[in-house]
Ligand binder design. Structure first.
Ligand code: NCW
Length: 465
């Protein structure tokens, strides 16, 4: 049965614009494995995985999907699916943390990956940072130390110098909210720190690193440059209740506006500066930083998983995880929406709302959905994974993306998260997001029903009615 919402389905179905980019995404630490190969140095995630209790079942970045060794096979798989683009990240620890001495073997892996993609007609879509900071930089304070932003610019210089002749689009960071707040305040992600002041400093230094990296990309290439943010529409549980409205304002501030506004409007929102003043935001922002951070970008990557439904009342849910720095009280009461295996509510219509709202605020900015996907408890039986839930998730979110295009949004592409089942951070291998099932014992790849469905969508450039 088709899961295209009825009001969006027509006889002709939903066709996407010509040249719409259809892709799938992964990230280095989540798929590569081979964590000690060819001169790779330890990252904060290697350290975090070794901490008892930090990652479910004590899972680590090995073997992941063994993509470092199976890269050529994986690119063939992408070509078989008909992907137009592959979003991956470059592991800073493979390039080396120390100034002036890049690791040739690490660079060579990404050169081969990019070349193999191009040979198969697949656009490479690299992200420079998807959470695997070299541990030696964390030992010097990590993203809470301003110097890390300058080290990131140097690393960008190295990577762009090596690959700039064959990459047309660069993404600086993936989801800085997770790095700063889940990593430095919530302690749920590496480096596992629970220091709200450090998280606020990290958020600013990530922004600074982004701006410096855009400057490097501009100086060395004519490529398109952008950033990927995980954005969440935020709604007060009761819009007539000022306590809920205030909680929603604060959540929206540290989740969305703290990143969007410096990048796109060269300012931090005044209310966010007030909310975060007790955590030292005033001290970390230096003269000239906002000009650097607001270096014009050519596209914004949007990772959409769900929205936030926020209450400011302590009696409505279990309370506030510690990554919500500057949010005095908020809870996220359940609405009875369907849940994914991650426990995340699904709400495809809010993807339309998010894209329309971004387009209204930043009409000149091309948008890409750089991640959207879901974990489900997939079972492999007789060599098949019939992941109907994921097919429904995919179709309903593509219908929502299409509705945004219909309303004038300049949406140019969509990347499903993820190409392969992989290491889902603190959840280890327990959550499967892939279009392609990975047997971690044998590394056998099995395209799921959703992969076949996606492949047909790509071929038809849309969903048939
Ligand atoms: S964990 C997360 N994800 C998933 C991950 O696999 C991918 O690398 C990320 O870009 C799927 O997409 C993103 N997002 C963060 C969710 C919040 C986790 C932190 C807990 C605080 C509530």
């Amino acid at each position: 049965m088709s899961t295209i919402p009825q009001e969006l389905a027509t006889e002709a179905g939903l066709r996407f614009p010509e040249k719409f980019l259809w892709g799938a995404a992964t990230a280095s630490f989540q798929v590569e494995g081979s964590t000690t190969a060819d001169g790779r140095v330890p990252s904060i995630w290697d350290t975090f995985c070794a901490r008892p209790g930090a990652v479910r079942n004590g899972d680590t970045g090995d073997p992941a999907a063994d993509h470092y060794r199976l890269m050529a096979e994986d690119v063939r798989l992408m070509a078989d699916l008909g992907l137009g683009a592959y979003r991956f990240s470059i592991a800073w620890p493979r390039i080396g943390a120390e100034t002036g001495a890049p690791n040739p073997a690490g660079l060579d892996f990404y050169r081969r990956l990019v070349d193999t993609l191009l040979e198969h007609g697949i656009t490479p879509w690299p992200t420079l940072y998807h959470w695997d900071l070299p541990q030696s930089l964390e030992d010097r304070g990590g993203w809470a130390n301003r110097d890390t932003a300058y080290r990131f610019a140097e690393y960008t210089e190295t990577v762009v110098g090596a690959l700039g002749d064959r990459v047309d689009t660069w993404t600086t960071l993936n989801e800085p909210w997770c790095t700063a707040f889940a990593g430095y305040a919530g302690g749920r992600h590496a480096p596992g720190r629970t220091e709200p002041d450090a998280a606020v400093a990290a958020a600013h230094h990530l922004m600074l690193g982004h701006g410096l990296a855009v400057g490097v990309i501009r100086a060395r290439t004519r490529a398109t440059a952008g950033i990927t943010l995980n954005l969440f529409p935020v709604h007060p549980a009761n819009p007539d209740d000022m306590v809920d409205v205030e909680a929603a304002r604060r959540v929206d501030g540290v989740q969305n506006r703290i990143f969007l506004e410096p990048i796109l409007q060269a300012r931090y929102p005044l209310d966010v500066l007030d909310d975060l003043a007790p955590y030292g935001i005033g001290e970390v922002v230096k003269d000239g930083d906002l000009t650097t951070i607001a270096a014009p970008i050519d596209m914004l990557g949007v990772n959409y998983y769900r929205d936030h439904h926020v209450s400011g009342h302590s009696d409505e849910s279990s309370g506030l995880p510690s990554e919500w720095v500057g949010v005095e009280y908020a809870s996220f009461p359940a609405r009875g929406l369907p849940l994914t295996d991650s426990g995340w509510e699904t709400n495809p219509g809010e993807l339309t709302a998010l894209l329309v709202d971004l387009h209204r605020k930043y009409p000149q900015l091309p948008l890409y959905v750089t991640e959207n996907g879901a974990a489900y408890p997939d079972n492999i039986a007789d060599g098949r994974v019939d992941d109907h839930d994921r097919v429904a998730f995919l179709e309903s979110h593509l219908a929502a993306a299409h509705a945004a295009i219909d309303r004038g949004v300049d949406l140019r592409g969509y990347f499903y998260w993820s190409l392969l089942d992989n290491f889902e951070w603190a959840e280890g291998y327990a959550k499967r997001f892939g279009l392609v099932h990975v047997d971690y014992q044998t590394q056998r790849r099995t395209p799921k029903l959703s992969a076949r469905r996606y492949s047909r969508i790509i071929q038809e450039n849309g969903l048939r009615g």
